[in-house]
Design a binder for this molecule. Sequence first.
Ligand code: SME
Length: 155
Amino acid sequence: MINDKRRQLIDNIRIAIANKKTEHDILQTAAQLIDGFSEHYNWTGFYMLRGDYLEVGPFVGPDTPHKQIELNKGICGAAVSQGKTIIVNDVNSDPRYLSCSISTKSEIVIPLIDNGKCLGEIDIDSNEPSYFTSKDKEMLEKIADVIVKRLKQIM
Ligand code: SME
């Protein structure tokens, strides 16, 4: 079940991006609102699919050395390749993991899917181990749908 606070975030994002007219503005607005949901969302941003690699988009958090990620690299590449949300409870024990900050302990990556086609993904890191739950997954997948619908309108 989605509680009121989570439902509110989904609605707020839908409203806030409705008048944004570029991919950058839509994603930046969404990244800021998602990041504000939890003090334990410590890097919140987007990677967008550009041909055969992912390119970092708007984000809130420390700078990342991973500006471009190949599809066979990282948790980010795995989520796009599988077309499914991935939750990693302990990033340091996952051999796929590409580190952005030494403080990061857990991560969730949610693909942005349009009719089976992946456009990119939402990536969130937490400094808390095992921070992300099925409730985060459920909420963020709904947010991904809201973002995809808006992106399609401006494509
Ligand atoms: N951790 C990601 C790389 C992106 S940074 O965390 C921002 C990965 O393993 O793909």
